[in-house]
Design a protein around this ligand. Structure first.
Ligand code: F6P
Length: 341
């Protein structure tokens, strides 16, 4: 048995832990593993690297991915999909383990329907994949974001400033909400709940005099009511049609300062929260998922994604996994709003 493994989309702490677990389990069964470099691009370009457990044995705590990643879309048209299937055959692969988020796994589902023997492993710091309770990388990103917010709170307090912290999260505000709640932010703004600038200004005018300083957390994909879509850094889109988000923190900070006269600063930890050494939770989850993915391959079960449900690792159809985005629960939104009142 020869298994290909690839990592697609934005990297997430825990990817190397999955690869390590895949190699460990595969070697136990006597399977060969080949790394497909730069995500789907590696399959399109036949860019591969042989992998051994000893290569990654000590990388359980290392963020990033030893086999690199990219946002290449292998399902953008029929010719590209056919090339993937042809190259899978040319590389002599029996199975492919695709580790990725919504985009990577949507492509995996399409390729599976076209005949590819693929198993998915869910990954994204955004935690917005519906089929699993948590994705690895999320816990690490939340902890890193929490530390950043706490540190900005401290300096904000010294200067009696309003600090606006922009946190990654394209469609869902999981990281902003968890880190903001954990760090005791005064206000948390997420994509699930479009907001009015005038309401934020009113909140700052009311709260700042009593508190001295304020910390506002805003998810990069948060939406301003009556504004055309999210605030972006560039008009360019990637192969999946996503814009390059970023800038809402600065935008909001300027509006607050203009309307209130209070000194306001915007900071975006951005990719810093994606490169931290994974937490124990993420390492263990990633390891369990990697093992489970090889089990599915061994049993010849394809078109599935391994997932965390409660405390169990289960497998679900890829089509179910990517059917919709997992947004922040209503009860958590109510909790954060109650704390901001
Ligand atoms: O992978 C998810 C994510 O970190 C999002 O939170 C963010 O919008 C995006 O990736 C950033 O992508 P890139 O690394 O391509 O700038």
């Amino acid at each position: 048995m020869r298994i290909g493994v690839l990592t697609g989309g934005g990297d997430a702490p825990g990817l190397n832990a999955v690869i390590r677990a895949v190699l460990k389990r595969a070697e136990e069964y006597g399977f060969e593993v080949v790394g497909i470099r730069y995500g789907w691009a590696g399959l399109l370009n036949m860019d591969t690297v042989p992998l051994k457990y000893s290569d990654v044995e000590d990388k359980v705590g290392e963020a990033g991915t030893v086999i690199k990643t990219s946002r290449t879309n292998p399902a953008k048209d029929e010719a590209t999909m056919n090339r993937c299937i042809e190259n899978f055959r040319k590389l002599g692969l029996d199975a492919l383990i695709a580790i990725g988020g919504d985009d990577t796994l949507t492509a995996a589902r399409k390729l599976h329907e076209a005949g590819l023997r693929v198993v998915g492993v869910p990954k994204t710091i955004d935690n917005d994949l519906k089929g699993t309770d948590y994705t690895f990388g999320f816990d690490t990103a939340v902890n890193a974001a929490m530390q950043a917010i706490e540190s900005l709170k401290t300096t904000g307090r010294s200067h009696d400033r309003v600090m606006v912290v922009e946190i990654m999260g394209r469609h869902a505000g999981w990281i902003a909400l968890y880190s903001g709640l954990a760090a005791g932010a005064d206000l948390i703004l997420i994509p699930e709940e479009p907001f009015k600038i005038s309401d934020v200004v009113e909140f700052v005018k009311r709260k700042k005099p009593e508190k001295g300083s304020l910390t506002i957390v805003v998810a990069e994909g948060a939406l301003i009511e009556d504004y055309k879509g999210p605030i972006t850094k560039d008009v360019k889109v990637d192969q999946y049609g996503h814009v390059y988000l970023g800038g809402i923190g600065e935008f909001l900070a300027k509006e607050i300062e203009k309307a209130t006269g209070f000194e306001t600063r915007a900071v975006a930890p951005a990719h810093i929260i994606r490169g931290m050494s994974p937490t124990a939770f993420d390492r263990v989850l990633a390891t369990r998922l990697g093992y489970a993915a090889v089990e599915l391959v061994r049993k010849g079960v394809f078109g599935k994604m391994v997932a965390l449900k409660g405390t169990e690792i289960v497998s679900i159809d890829l089509s179910e996994a990517v059917a919709e985005t997992k947004l922040v629960d209503k009860s958590l939104i109510e909790l954060k709003n109650a704390l901001a009142s």
